[in-house]
Design a protein around this ligand. Structure first.
Ligand SMILES: [Zn+2]
Ligand SMILES: [Zn+2]
Length: 783
């Protein structure tokens, strides 16, 4: 409960914060805010903006430094000033170059790009700035036009000493560093055409460009040439080659090269370890690290191991991919021993490694220990919490990040926060983040765009998700999958399948998760034939072998549609060992169709797989109860007691005027609980007038009738709906999120309420969305 109230507190703060950024939203601000004292402090403050430093939004440095015109290029360093003036006075670049060349004997490569750059009126440069680096910057930020490229070639031909290898080297190096690998390789090839002999600095940069492009063909050619010119034992060349082969997926070739190196240095070792990590062979990476340590200890004391932070980062990345945290702990110990614990990148990777092996607590401790956090540290911590469903913590870290103000948030941060919003159904915060995304011009970013689609789907606004999806210029498999899953969750299986077909038509190849979404959509709507069709097609046509999730969906689909035997047969045919989701789906289906025999088989498997989940005991007890086997019901109850199992508390969230309210079963903690119960009483009377009779079957059959009615009356979703209705204007939609599945009785009651009050009520439970309207639910009572 403490976490829950903390959650609503942070949510409110963020909403207030974003509302201040967005004047359109500020009218929705709550006038009074109850709950935690910290929230009170914010709410009663005269000016809420004063609690937040003005947000520092990340901007690429270039954008910030763009000068309005060449004439405005002051103050600038001496040579730059001169160039600026000469450029401003004469539009002819060539004549400027002439003057420039006479008076300022800078390296020609520096000169020409300064001029191009100034002509583009892009930004102030000084003599120390490498022009090719700027070109790389321009290229990265897509400000690099064809005309600029033409100028570059012309000027390059005119001013660079093409007979000098070092000249070529610097050009290749700068192009590679600037991310223009194609140009770097072109320069390398031009140089070779002139029959110049490349030296040891030429190859590493050329090979790196091949790696960046995953161009194995050119990589092999470069390798051959390196052999021809006698650089096979050069450590930098061989490390670059190892990296190239690994990035191109040729791990064995990389390893052969590595084994042939007579005296490896730390760079060679790191390249090879990284190669294993990149090729999803974490065990291989860790084994190699062990070999490295053994080799090192053969020569000197282990404490004098020659290792750098780059190698440590590679090893830690491997740790994050193996299960079990003992390896990570071991390497962490080594990190401390070697004195790398204060290294920022090492810290960030360590944080991630602990999070991946499930120890969020230690991950957080590592984060807290990092002194000068960068955007990666903040973003990783937010993502860790968001991915693990800890939305409150994710929002808190984001709040701290904004407060801290040292690091600006960016696309990655906003994507992670959108994920947190999706988990908690915080539509208002989500909308504010969307607004921020538009302001920052990130809407077209495929990564952020997909997060927005996902957020709207999970916050119950599938139409808005569709609109956001349609606005995206570039869509990848994740974007399509998010929309398919969204439609599925809302029970719109036809739309989901339509989107899926459209995806195939646009030649985006569906992946493993896409098919999980497709099958789940079929399952939510009971489309058995379509389900079978895609289940078979995924393997035959798309070469994706069905995994646990696909079987889980199919068993759920078949079971709920009444094909229990087919579902059971499918489980027995599975190539992978069925997990608790698969058996759990069958057990739930047995409950619906009152099949005691299969229920017992499923439950037996479930008790072996997961002893701590009391949900299975309750389900089986209910199956027995339906069959009138009271002794077995009692047996289940005793078993649960002996295992010390308690039903996890159900809770529901409802967002009212930008504030999330949390309700537990029979909640009396809410400041307005008296009014809520009063309102609920009135609703119950109206419900009974239209013939509502509480349904008892969802309650474990061990309480007497009167108590059952009481338990049903105070289900958290009912309280949340009642509060939502009484606190919002007629005509608006009330949206409730429940952590468990909505029970049959609440489902019936809410259907009728939607008719009585003539309002739309949306409930997201742990499985799907229910849209209640005019006495009906979008799930068609099939859930
Ligand atoms: Zn209920
Ligand atoms: Zn429903």
């Amino acid at each position: 409960m403490a976490t829950l109230s903390k959650f609503s507190g942070i949510l409110s703060i963020l909403i207030i914060f974003f509302a201040n950024l967005n004047p359109l939203l500020s009218e929705n601000l709550p006038t009074t805010i109850s709950a935690s004292p910290s929230v009170m402090a914010y709410a009663t403050a005269p000016n809420m903006t004063s609690f937040f430093p003005s947000p520092r939004v990340h901007q690429p440095p270039e954008a910030a430094a763009v000068a309005p015109s060449v004439g405005a290029l002051v103050p600038i360093p001496s040579s730059g000033e001169f160039i600026g003036k000469s450029c401003a006075g004469s539009p002819e670049v060539e004549s400027s170059i002439a003057i420039f060349d006479l008076d300022y004997p800078l390296p020609p490569s520096t000169a020409f790009l300064t001029l191009i750059h100034l002509r583009m009126k892009a930004r102030i440069v000084n003599s120390s700035t490498s022009l090719l680096t700027i070109r790389g910057d321009l290229y990265r930020h897509r400000r690099y036009s064809t005309s600029c490229s033409k100028n570059l070639t012309t000027l390059f031909n005119k001013y660079v000493d093409k007979t000098s290898v070092s000249s070529w080297n610097s050009v290749i190096a700068e192009l590679a560093r600037g991310g223009d690998s194609v140009e770097a390789l072109r320069a390398f090839s031009s140089m070779r055409k002139l029959s110049l002999k490349p030296d040891r600095s030429t190859f590493p940069c050329a090979i790196k460009s091949c790696s960046a492009l995953s161009d194995l063909h050119s990589g092999k050619q470069a390798h051959q040439q390196a052999l021809v010119f006698g650089f096979q034992s050069d450590l930098f060349v061989s490390s670059a080659l190892i990296d190239m082969y690994s990035k191109c997926g040729q791990l064995q070739d990389a390893r052969t090269l590595f084994d042939e190196i007579p005296h490896r240095n730390i760079v060679s070792w790191t390249s090879m370890i990284t190669g294993y990590v990149q090729n999803d062979n974490a065990a291989g990476a860790l084994l190699l690290f062990k070999e490295f340590l053994i080799e090192q200890s053969g020569f000197e004391e282990v404490k004098e191991v020659c290792i750098d932070s780059v190698a440590m980062v590679s090893v830690l990345s491997a740790c994050s991919r193996v299960s079990g945290k003992s390896v990570t702990e071991g390497v962490h110990g080594f990190v401390i021993k070697m004195g790398f614990q204060d290294n920022l990148v090492v810290g960030n990777t360590l944080m991630d490694a602990y999070a991946k092996c499930g120890d969020l607590g230690v991950s957080r401790k590592v984060f807290d220990r990092i002194i000068a956090r960068d955007d990666v540290s903040w973003n990783s911590m937010i993502a860790v919490y968001a991915q693990n469903g800890l939305s409150a913590e994710a929002l808190q870290i984001f709040h701290d990040m904004v407060w801290d103000g040292d690091v600006g948030y960016n696309a990655v941060t906003l994507s992670a926060i959108l994920l947190a919003c999706a988990h908690s159904g915080a539509l208002q915060v989500g909308k504010c983040i969307h607004d921020q995304v538009i302001k920052m011009g990130l809407e077209e970013d495929v990564f952020v765009g997909t997060s927005i689609v996902d957020m709207y789907c999970k916050c119950g606004r599938v139409q808005m998700a569709r609109r956001a999806f349609d606005r995206m210029k570039e869509k990848n498999v994740k974007s399509w999958t998010a929309l398919v899953a969204g439609y599925g969750m809302h029970g719109c299986a036809r739309e989901a399948l339509e989107v899926f077909n459209e995806m195939i038509r646009t030649r985006v190849k569906p992946n493993y998760i896409t098919f999980v979404s497709v099958l789940a959509s079929c399952s939510h709507a009971g489309l058995v034939d379509e389900g079978w069709h895609w289940f078979r097609t995924m393997e035959h046509k798309f070469r994706i072998e069905p995994g646990l999730e696909h079987y889980g969906c199919m068993v759920d689909l078949l079971g709920r549609a009444g094909f229990l035997k087919e579902a059971y047969d499918l489980i027995n045919e599975m190539k992978v060992r069925p997990d608790f989701v698969v058996w759990g789906s069958l057990l739930a289906a047995c409950r619906i169709h009152k099949n005691v025999e299969l229920a017992e088989i499923s439950a037996r498997k479930l008790f072996q797989l997961d002893t701590s989940n009391c949900g299975y005991y309750v389900l089986l007890a209910n199956v027995y109860a339906d069959a009138g086997r009271w002794k077995d019901v009692e047996r289940m109850r005793i078993l649960m007691k002996n295992h010390g199992l308690v039903k996890p508390p159900g809770f529901s969230l409802v967002e009212v005027k930008g504030r999330v309210h949390v309700f537990l079963v029979g909640d009396k903690e809410h400041p307005q609980h008296e009014k809520i119960y009063e309102y609920w009483e009135k609703l119950t009377m109206k419900l009974q007038e239209v013939g509502y009779v509480p349904n008892m079957t969802s309650v474990l059959h061990d309480v007497d009738e009167e108590e059952k009615v009481m338990t049903l009356r105070v289900h958290s979703e009912k309280l949340a709906v009642a509060f939502g209705l009484m606190s919002t204007v007629p005509g608006t939609t009330v949206q409730v999120i429940k952590n468990l599945r909505v029970c049959g009785d609440c489902h019936t009651a809410i259907k009728l309420i939607s008719k009585i009050v003539n309002r739309e009520i949306v409930v997201r439970d742990s499985k799907r969305f229910h849209h209640f309207r005019h006495g009906l639910c979008s799930c068609g009572d099939y859930w």
